[in-house]
Write a protein that binds this ligand. Structure first.
Ligand code: UT7
Length: 339
C-alpha cells in the first residue's frame, strides 16, 4: 500500500488517537414495512425500491436515548478493556436527548458510573457521530484526556409523525459507541473533515419545542414537534456533500479510494449510498450497508455500522476505514481511520 500522510504527525506536540473499542445497541422491537402498510398509505414495494429499508428498530415504551447509549457504551468499554472509572470525558451526539437539559451525556455518566468523567452533548443531526469523534480526538491528541467515550444515540421514534408517510418509513432507533485513546505505534484517526450550510436549515427540521417556538397547545395541534423533511432536496444535497467530504478527507491523507478497506456511509437511503459509492468509484463489497435492517438512525447510524463492520471482521487491525456522513443543519463530514 502506498504510504499515507498523517496530518497530526506534522505537529509533534500532538499524539495519535485510536479507537480502542466499539459497541452498539438496537432495541428488540422490529417494525416491518408490512406493519407500516397498515399505519399509512404506503407499500413494502415503495419503501424498498425508494429507500432499501425493509425494517427498523423501535425503542420500548420508557426506553430512553440514554438507556440505549449506555447499552452501546458498555460493549465499547468492555472491548476497550477499560472500566467506567477510567473515562475522562463522555460526548453524546443526539437530536433526541432524554430531555432539553440536563444533557443525555450526564445521564449516561451517572448510569455507567463513570464517576471521573466530564460530560456534554453535541447536536449535528445525522453527522453527529463524526462531529463528536473530531471533538473527542482533539482532547486525546492534545494530552488533555487519556480516555474519551463517544456515543451516537437516537430515539427517532419519539419525534416521528406516524401519520406522515413521507418520513415515518425512514427512521429507526439505536446507539453506537467508541472509546478513543492514544495507542502507541498506531496511526488511528488520520483526519476528519466537517462542514455545514445553515442557509438550507429548513430542508430538514423539527421546528417546535425550542426558544423560537416553545411548546403550546397550538404548537402541538400544528404538529410542530415532529421532524419535517423536503426529501428530494435533502437527497441531492446529501449525495453532493458526502462525495465532496470523502474526497477532501482522502486528499488530505494522500489516499486513493481503492486504498480504503471499508467505506461506512451514513445509512439514510440505499439510493444515496449507491450514488455516493458510484461517484467515488468504490468497488462492490467495499461499502458497508445495514440500512435495510435499521433504517436511518441519525447520529447512531455510522456508529452502529462501524461496530457491525468490525464485529463481522470486515475491518482488521491496520485497515483504512472511511466514514462519511450528512444530516440536518445542513451538516456533513468524513473521517479516515487506520484501524
Ligand atoms: O439523514 C439525512 C437526511 N435524510 C435523507 O438523506 C433522506 C433524503 N431523501 C430521501 O431519501 C428520498 O427523497 C425519500 C425516500 C424521502 C423520497 O424518495 P423520492 O424518490 O425523492 O420520492 P419523492 O419525494 O419524489 O416522492 C414521490 C412520491 C410522492 O407522490 P406524488 O407527489 O408524486 O404523487 C410522495 O407523496 O412518493 C410519495 N411518497 C410515498 N408513497 C408511498 C412519499 N412517501 C411515500 C411512502 N409510500 N412512504
Amino acid at each position: 500500500m502506498a504510504p499515507f500522510k498523517h496530518p497530526r504527525t506534522h505537529r509533534p506536540h500532538l499524539r495519535t488517537v485510536s479507537i480502542t473499542g466499539v459497541g452498539s445497541y438496537v432495541p428488540e422491537r422490529i417494525l416491518t414495512n408490512a406493519e407500516l402498510e397498515r399505519m399509512v398509505e404506503t407499500s413494502d414495494e415503495w419503501i424498498t425500491t425508494r429507500t432499501g429499508i425493509r425494517e427498523r428498530r423501535i425503542a420500548a415504551a420508557g426506553e430512553t436515548t440514554s438507556d440505549m447509549a449506555v447499552a452501546a457504551a458498555r460493549h465499547a468499554i468492555t472491548r476497550a478493556g477499560i472500566t467506567p472509572e477510567q473515562i475522562d470525558l463522555i460526548i453524546v451526539a443526539t437530536i433526541t436527548p432524554d430531555m432539553p437539559f440536563p444533557s443525555t451525556a450526564c445521564l449516561v455518566q451517572q448510569k455507567l458510573g463513570a464517576t471521573r468523567a466530564a460530560a456534554f452533548d453535541i447536536e449535528a443531526a445525522c453527522s453527529g457521530f463524526v462531529y463528536a469523534l473530531d471533538i473527542a480526538s482533539h482532547f486525546v491528541a492534545s494530552h488533555t484526556y487519556e480516555t474519551v467515550l463517544v456515543i451516537g444515540a437516537e430515539k427517532m421514534s419519539s419525534v416521528i409523525d406516524w401519520t406522515d408517510r413521507n418520513t415515518c418509513v425512514l427512521f429507526g432507533d439505536g446507539a453506537g459507541a467508541a472509546v478513543l485513546q492514544n495507542r502507541p505505534n498506531a496511526h488511528g484517526l488520520l483526519t476528519t473533515c466537517l462542514g455545514s450550510d445553515g442557509t438550507k436549515a429548513g430542508l430538514l427540521e423539527l421546528p417546535g419545542g425550542g426558544s423560537a417556538c416553545p411548546p403550546t397547545a397550538d404548537s402541538v395541534a400544528n404538529r410542530m414537534h415532529y421532524l419535517r423533511m423536503d426529501g428530494k432536496q435533502t437527497f441531492k444535497n446529501a449525495v453532493n456533500a458526502m462525495v465532496s467530504a470523502a474526497h477532501d478527507a482522502l486528499d488530505r491523507c494522500g489516499l486513493k479510494v481503492d486504498q480504503i478497506r471499508c467505506i461506512i456511509p451514513h445509512q439514510a437511503n440505499q439510493r444515496i449510498i449507491t450514488a455516493v459509492s458510484e461517484q467515488l468509484g468504490a468497488a462492490e463489497g467495499q461499502v458497508f450497508v445495514n440500512v435495510d435492517r435499521f433504517g436511518n438512525t441519525s447520529a447512531a447510524s455510522v456508529a452502529i455500522a462501524l461496530d457491525e463492520a468490525a464485529t463481522a471482521g470486515r475491518i482488521q487491525r491496520g485497515d483504512l476505514v472511511l466514514m462519511v456522513v450528512f444530516g440536518a443543519g445542513l451538516t456533513w463530514g468524513a473521517a479516515i481511520i487506520e484501524w
